[in-house]
Ligand binder design. Structure first.
Ligand code: AMP
Length: 283
């Protein structure tokens, strides 16, 4: 596996493959790999001639009070895991390579980013869309792989690609979970054992909404209340939002009259966790 820290090295490594007509699959990440990241890498490898992964904790997508400084990092471990997963190129730039000067140019996806994570984390998606656009220009992948775990991010990137005509296919990969159902996340490492147990409440809240929907409940307000009740029973949990929305527009639904996505953001102690699930009639 080639490790590149600069844009020039990355382009140089990929140039011969591209000239030979080989396809490039790309997985953007912030590192501290877990089985969710590995699922994306495996898909990229299986569906393309070359699998490229970026590892960059992107400062522009963190708010001033967020965890940029504490975000878990372990380059050597990540490099071993990516290499074992059959990745061909690991692009791990320092901040100065990605942002040599203060950016004056940003990618802003409107509308979609004003709700949910965007409402709770102002500027987050501007940072995400901008760094992903930069990475797409550096790597020029044929396909790029994103996890459904971050469902709104996936939809924002899809929209950016459509609106700005990036020649890349976006592939969604289902959420990988721990055995007990907790969605894998690099931030799970922040949880102490009691919080780790309490974090299962996210899964219980989503399951409750799915169960009621399966029994025929169509009133979205009732479903949100039922999830809030489940979350309220866990004293370590503090709800940020509970949403039942149209998966394309992310607008809140009144009734489950089409495919919907239920998304939640919950603080467990100081750690903010998100999860989502599909409910309602299948498209
Ligand atoms: P991150 O390093 O957290 O920015 O995530 C990098 C990519 O991995 C994003 O596309 C995430 O949606 C995806 N991802 C993170 N956790 C999971 C998971 N549990 N299952 C599937 N994909 C995930």
């Amino acid at each position: 596996m080639k490790i590149a820290h600069t844009i020039a090295e990355t382009r140089e490594f990929l140039r011969p493959a591209r000239s030979a007509g080989k396809s490039i699959g790309f997985v953007p990440t912030m590192g501290y790999f877990h089985a969710g990241h590995l699922a994306l890498m495996e898909r990229a490898r299986a569906e393309n001639d070359v699998a490229a992964v970026s590892l960059f904790v992107n400062p522009t997508q963190f708010g001033p009070k967020e965890d940029f400084g504490q975000y878990p990092r372990d380059f050597d471990r990540d490099a071993c895991m990516a290499s074992d997963a059959g990745v061909d190129l690991l692009f791990a730039p320092p901040v100065e390579v990605m942002y040599p000067e203060t950016s004056l140019t940003w990618v802003v996806v409107e509308g979609l980013t004003e709700r949910l994570e965007g409402a709770s984390r102002p500027g987050h998606f501007r940072g995400v869309a901008t760094v992903v656009a930069k990475l797409f220009n550096i790597v020029q992948p044929d396909r790029a792989y994103f996890g459904e775990k971050d469902f709104q991010q996936l939809q924002v990137i899809r929209r950016m690609v459509r609106d700005l005509n990036f020649p890349v296919e976006i592939v969604a990969v289902p959420t990988v979970r721990e055995e007990d159902g907790l969605a894998m996340s690099s931030r799970n490492t922040y949880l102490d054992p009691e919080e780790r147990r309490a974090a299962l409440v996210l899964q219980r809240a989503l399951a409750r909404a799915q169960e009621l929907a399966a029994e025929g409940e169509r009133d979205a307000a009732h479903l949100r209340t039922a999830m809030q009740e489940v979350l309220a029973r866990e004293p370590r949990a503090r709800v940020d939002y509970v949403s039942i929305a149209d998966p394309e527009t992310l607008r809140e639904r009144e009734r489950l009259d089409g495919p919907s996505v239920v998304s939640i953001a919950v603080y467990i102690g100081k750690t903010r966790l998100i999860d989502n699930a599909r409910i309602g009639p299948v498209a």
